[in-house]
Design a protein around this ligand. Structure first.
Ligand SMILES: [Zn+2]
Length: 410
């Protein structure tokens, strides 16, 4: 049993062989996308006769792709069996790489985690050693899990910055002109690899498994060390031509002469982001303001976490003042996005979302003040429900979605 075999083209090239293969794929896709079904339901939905579907389901049962969930309860008559996809027939590995940590999780085909490690120690540096360490950690995680590698359909790795998912290149980290990064990592892991921008994967995670409740036009804000947005339009992730969409944080908005991490002056991130929060905090202390928070002097620690925690857990006045000021400004510039996109849902995610009302209320108030009334009336504002797990859940969902798109039905 290996779902990869079912995803591949049929080895039987006759017309009847091809049709049979496609029916088996269609049954698996139906059970995956819409849940359990009886033979009669499958026959009706796939426009195939009951004997034909019964034969195909029996094959899939023997091969382990499908399981019999027992008879359904109904009023009288012969009770039919209910069939489900076998949760252990395929697995997806998601990896979310941050500047100072990584999260990794292995989900079965029903999106249930069989193993997950959040915020493991890893320092992202743009070096061959750092890439090797990343591959070693992923391989160790797979070895420590109870899942056979051959059952893992694919891996999705989220990185920040410019990612071309179609071609497999990352331009901010581990760039090589000669080979896509996906190929380099796939060689190390022995598994198919996909790269995804971290914010885009978080957006997809919220859409599939998080706070999104049927909405199809969504803006997701990743308000963390850096700032970016992800977009779902008509139920699909928006990439742009090459996958570089969503770089909201690098919009040159301010005339402040502050150098951004991207090299430009006055980007949104220079005043609204985790890293600018750290600078604002240090400047405030120099000006004589007081705080209970002491920042760790360690370049491998994201110091904005301490300030966010200071606001939440210590109710530290300076921390609260700085995060609410930033969030109010964030709302002002998000109103531009709202006016352009007219979304039905705006999800506030990333590290700042942990602040709850300290971030959400100033954002909401500024949105009301600065966006067009009709546009603002359409949009619901919600906090991410996946929090720290958004990236790793999103990565697993991206691999699964890609696999489903390989299951051809016609
Ligand atoms: Zn920038």
């Amino acid at each position: 049993m290996n779902l990869k075999n079912l995803l591949d083209n049929s080895t039987d090239t006759s017309l009847s062989g091809q049709k049979w293969h496609m029916l088996r794929q269609a049954i698996v896709k139906r059970l995956l996308s819409s849940g359990n079904a009886t033979i009669a339901e499958l026959g009706s939905e796939l426009q195939s006769s009951v004997p034909t579907v019964t034969k195909a389901v029996n094959e899939l049962l023997i091969e382990g792709y499908v399981v019999d969930m027992g008879k359904i309860t109904n009023s009288g008559g012969r009770r039919p069996s209910l069939y489900s996809i076998n949760p252990t027939c395929a697995y997806f590995l998601g990896v979310n790489v941050n500047r100072a940590s990584m999260s990794i999780g292995l989900q079965n085909i029903k999106n249930e985690f069989v193993s997950i490690e959040l915020d493991s120690s890893f320092v992202l540096e743009n070096t061959a050693e750092s890439l090797q360490e990343l591959c070693n950690l992923i391989n160790s995680f797979i070895e420590d899990s109870a899942v056979e590698k051959r059952l893992i359909v694919g891996v999705c790795i989220n990185l920040s910055g410019r990612i071309n998912s179609m071609e497999g290149f990352s331009y901010n980290y581990f760039f090589s002109e000669n080979r896509p990064l996906t190929e380099i990592i796939a060689d190390q892991l022995g598994l198919p690899v996909r790269l995804e921008n971290d914010t885009r994967a978080m957006t997809f995670g919220e859409y599939r498994e998080g706070i999104v409740d049927g909405e199809q036009n969504i803006i997701f804000l990743n308000y963390s060390w850096g700032v970016a947005i992800g977009m779902i339009t008509d139920g699909k992730l928006y990439y742009g031509k090459s996958g570089y969409s969503g770089e909201f944080g690098h919009s040159t908005i301010f005339n402040n002469e502050i150098m951004c991490q991207c090299g430009k002056l006055g980007c949104l991130e220079t005043e609204i982001s985790g890293w600018s929060l750290v600078n604002q905090f240090k400047n405030a202390l120099k000006e004589g303001k007081q705080s209970k928070v002491v920042l760790e002097d360690n370049s491998h620690t994201l110091q904005h976490h301490a300030i966010i925690s200071g606001a939440i857990n210590l109710e530290d006045s300076l921390c609260i003042e700085l995060v609410t000021n930033q969030s109010e400004k964030m709302g002002r510039y998000l109103s531009i996005i709202l006016n352009i996109f007219n979304p039905e849902l705006l999800v506030i995610g990333g590290d700042f979302s942990q602040l709850g009302d300290y971030a959400l209320l100033p954002i909401q108030s500024a949105l009301k003040k600065h966006s067009l009334g009709l546009v603002n009336r359409d949009v619901k504002l919600k906090k991410s429900s996946l929090g720290l797990r958004a990236g790793v859940i999103g990565a697993c969902c991206v691999v699964k979605e890609k696999m489903l798109s390989q299951l051809i039905i016609n």
